[in-house]
Design a protein around this ligand. Sequence first.
Ligand code: GDP
Length: 415
Amino acid sequence: MAVNITTDLRVVRNIGIMAHIDAGKTTTTERILFYTGITYKIGEVHDGGATMDWMEQEQERGITITSAATTCWWKDHQINIIDTPGHVDFTAEVERSLRVLDGAVAVFDGVAGVEPQTMTVWRQANKYSVPRMCFVNKLDRTGADFFRCVDMMVERLNSTPLVLQLPIGAESDFLGVVDLVGMRALTWRGETTMGEDYEIEEIPAELAEQAAEYREKFLETLSEADDEIMVKYLDGEDFTVEELEAAIRRATLADKVNPVLCGTAFKNKGVQPLLDAVVKYLPSPIDVEGITGHAVNDEDKPVVRKPSDDEPFSGLAYKIAADPHLGKLTYVRVYSGKLEAGATVTNSVNGRKERIGKVYQMHANKREEIASVGAGQIVAVMGLKDTKTGHTLCDPQNQVVLESMTFPAPVIEVA
Ligand code: GDP
């Protein structure tokens, strides 16, 4: 049965995961879906094996990773993972996915560091000021070097990494991370299994000095990005974890810093803290001020649509995919108003009327038919005939074009 989805926008995170090929985007996404699958099943009898089974099934059906948007839940937050193509040849597709997401996680190979495809996507994300976090993956690999990777983020991406974690141990002895916000250690000892949670421990004595040094660097970088922290920092006052987390969020949303975390997705270390950070530091749809499109037939007349259910409906079709079970699906980000199954909307780019067929929210292990969704959501729509990627769907009485005909703007190469 179709349900109405009206979620408090503050708990929604529309995120993309970007990476150079082989850095571990697929593995990280799979782990995220695994761990969020566990929380999704709260209250049910659950064992890791059963969850693994559905993951395997879904992989066979090609839904888990290839879906253009996958919705999952983590600690009362709805995370919509938007597929961000890794291949640089698809510039328009990458840019379009960067427009429909509100925040991103860049995954790095701890051995290779910052690689060319990441540099390209990073520059594209700069253009839209997409708030970004970094996850230095593969720290279990021989030759992995967290600190070199952080240096490369400065040199190659010209970013401001805000290091929130330090690795404990290296390569096959990689044990966990020092959490520089809470000044504690999160460890996974020995061989880890899927679903295993970390232990909270004291920072190991041999890392105490390094942790103190990096805590100071963390506070310095944060205070340069945030006035409230600066004032207290200069007065030599202490901070609570809540104060620091709020400041990290403000600085990330303002695109002034990029929080950096680390781990090994493959060995299931670091993914739960990464999910916590996504919820804490990346924006919700209402942290974004609304989208500016233009009037139909007049590119120079801006029209702003706010992320509210009370505004007229507007949405951007950003991807068309062939689903093995449902046929043609058009993925739409709703920017304002409500998208309702059965409603008639206007495609403001080609001037045609379209009838919205069934509407689905896509999960890793199921799809949910919904009657209507509000602003800020990302759904798959069946039944659209003349809508292509980049087209706007809107209320026939209140039309707007969200994506200009000249999209994408040229990428400016930075020397
Ligand atoms: P993608 O191309 O970015 O999606 O990368 P994948 O997730 O497919 O990973 C590429 C390869 O690296 C695969 O063989 C993974 O098993 C492996 N891999 C991913 N994460 C890790 C990790 O944390 N440690 C190690 N040692 N290997 C990893």
